[in-house]
Ligand binder design. Sequence first.
Ligand SMILES: [Zn+2]
Length: 338
Amino acid sequence: MLKNTLTTSMILLGLGASSAAIAEQKIAVISSFSILGDLVSEVGQEHVTVTNLVKVDGDAHVFSPTPQDAKAISKAQLVVMNGLQFEGWMPRLIEAANYQGVQVVAADGIDELSSKEAGCGHEQHDHAQHSDEHEQHDHEQHSDEHEHHDDAQHDDEHAHHDHGDIDPHAWHSIKNVKVYVRNIAKGLIQVDPENRLDYQQNAAHYTEELDQLALKLCAQLATIPEAQRKVITPHDAFAYFARDFDVTFLSPQGTSTGSEASAADVAKLIKQIRHDNVNAVFMENIADNRLIEQISRETDAKVGGKLYSDALSSPDQPASTYLKMMQYNVDTIVNALQ
Ligand SMILES: [Zn+2]
């Protein structure tokens, strides 16, 4: 009898302590931008609090971290970033925060595209040839740039560019996001091994949702004849989407919003829009859309709506989660091209 009572009270104590611990000790996760933040929330659910450095509708390419951001990182238990040089400001920020905890590079292990493949769409038979040409071309171009920029501060960035002409916008491939989810789950398990099973189950469940969405989106896009699947956006954010969904994306700007489109690039694009009979151009939630409006005026291609490229929307807008963003982008493209 005594033994039973003791066991019961031990169980009660144990339960009380662990539910208090759950209520008090959520894992504080810092995510570099909103799309990743949503993925972390999906995998972490009730075990995490997620703070995004670049907020909804924000542009991570040109983000300037504040001392508050460093402070938030210094208190975090897990930091999640995209990688592929998307957040060039991140390493310095982590150093400034003197953060020693676990870091997840979500894009580790994805199927990468080079920046120069952006906009090539489904013309994969040309890729091998093109990337050869581009590599040579790039090195010449870049070494010129280097000579002009002797500034010590810029050396870091340029060194990165040389090694990684990799398009960072890998989240527009659902296949890649499944890798992101795996990496995030691994990071959470490392920080919080007690809830391993939850993280694994959440990741598996979300991966199923991703698979279902991919099938649905492919079916939607298949209703548009392939020759009509040509899309203009302000910056080259959709090369992975192009590869997965057989849509051709063209942009006046490169893979970063930090670089401006040249007049020659714009003129070339306008010529191509006329030649290829591209009949819709799109705005982006994070970009400067004036150029797109100009292109629309000069080509009679109508503005087909707004695509969500590098950030989610606020909760009252239609792209507040990754799944909603992908669905919204495909709906918008299909509606415009029909
Ligand atoms: Zn971008």
